[in-house]
Design a protein around this ligand. Structure first.
Ligand code: KG4
Ligand code: ZN
Length: 355
């Protein structure tokens, strides 16, 4: 069979990325221009700045991706681009670029759902992974348990009712005075935290056992942080100060980080293992930015191993947003001749639905 080369384009949030992937699994280049240092100043992603930075970076990222793969646009079979979900202005930059390239080079355009891309990151790292498997999607915007029945066939078993896992990591980190993105900082601090110094709730939704809810956990953690700060103000008679003026001591930050992360781990592990058992499925793949958290992956892998199941995890660089995963997902759509035309638009709230 002829080799298929897909150019992937990703610009849904704060990373401008392009990648060339051969046959859905072999990465020839994966260039990522991150804007984190700019958004850090504001404590989170500023949509307007993100769009402008994508425009500034996109030509350079394209040139580098081509150069690194030693290919030209004429060697490419299809152009896969994220068209949602994400920030609409940011998505439009990548999508318009992809449309222009497709039109000018007469190459097929493939519209990819960002979440489907995160799942495909596992095909790059684990060449042997094939559907069916259970995917646990844990990103800044999404938390889902999905049965991947086939490359393009998904059945959603669980979703978050409120905050996504990554979002709660970022919000708690902010309250602890840790910089954006909060996930990696909390994981680091948690290593030095005392076990069970604090215990935060684990939410279960009776009528939907595979759904998630993290807003109660987030509120409980933030209340604890504020009480500690308030006590500090009273003990030191700092009556002209508010909780915003106080920074917790490092040990409290570590203890709270650990208790918060332990609550997240218990919830993710118990629901995933229960669903894998319920579906009698052997392989589980984690994906999305939070899958970069080694403590979460180890806990899930250990628990799955106990019932003879296996966890697949993307290589670190494919956990957070990147275009290689979009090219990989695009490859499987290419095989099914699922092409987009020039009428395709960015969809900030694009749903991830089984099809
Ligand atoms: O998938 P991603 O790059 O963007 C979205 O599609 O949302 O995920 C970003 C999220 C952020 O919330 C970030 O804090 C989280 O992934 N994250 C982590 C870790 N590394 C990144 N969360 C927990 N532990 C980590 N080590
Ligand atoms: Zn993402």
């Amino acid at each position: 069979m002829k080799d298929i080369y897909i150019l992937g384009i990703e610009s849904s949030c704060d990373e401008t990325s392009m990648s060339i992937v051969k046959n859905g699994r072999e990465v020839l280049s994966n260039v990522i221009s991150s804007q984190i240092d700019i958004h850090k100043i504001y404590g989170g992603v500023v949509p307007e700045i993100a769009s402008r930075k994508h425009i500034d970076n996109i030509n350079y990222v394209f040139d580098e991706a081509m150069k690194k793969s030693k290919m030209s646009i004429w060697d490419i079979d299809g152009i896969a681009v994220t068209y949602g979900p994400g920030l609409v202005g940011a998505l439009l930059v990548g999508l318009s670029y992809a449309k222009a390239l497709s039109l000018s080079s007469n190459k097929k355009l493939i519209a990819v759902n960002h979440i489907e891309g995160h799942i495909a990151a596992n095909y790059i790292t684990s060449k042997e992974l094939k559907p069916p498997f259970l995917a646990l999607i844990v990103s800044g915007g999404h938390t889902n348990l999905v049965l991947v029945e086939d490359y393009l066939k998904f059945k959603i078993y669980g979703s978050t009712r409120d905050d996504a896992v990554g979002e709660s990591f970022d919000k708690v980190a902010r309250s602890l005075g840790l910089s954006y993105p909060g996930g990696p900082k909390i994981e680091e601090k948690a290593q030095f935290g005392e076990k069970d110094k604090y215990i935060f709730p684990r939410a279960n939704i009776k009528e939907a056992p595979f759904d998630f809810s993290f807003s109660g956990l987030k509120s409980s953690v933030i209340n604890t942080i504020n009480s500690l700060k308030q006590n500090y103000i009273s003990e030191n008679k700092l009556y002209n100060k508010t909780v915003k003026d106080v920074i917790l001591d490092n040990q409290s930050i570590c203890d709270i980080s650990k208790a918060f992360q332990d609550s997240i781990i218990d919830t993710l592990v118990s629901k995933t293992v229960e669903l894998a058992n319920h579906l009698d499925i052997k392989n589980v793949a984690i994906c999305g930015g939070v899958s970069a958290n080694k403590t979460i992956c180890k806990a899930l892998s250990d628990e799955l191993n106990k019932s003879d199941k296996k966890l697949f995890c993307p290589e670190f660089k494919y956990c957070t947003d990147n275009a290689a995963m979009i090219a990989s997902a695009g490859y499987f759509r290419y095989l099914h001749k699922d092409f987009a035309d020039m009428s395709i638009n960015a969809d900030a709230n694009l749903k991830f639905e089984g099809n």
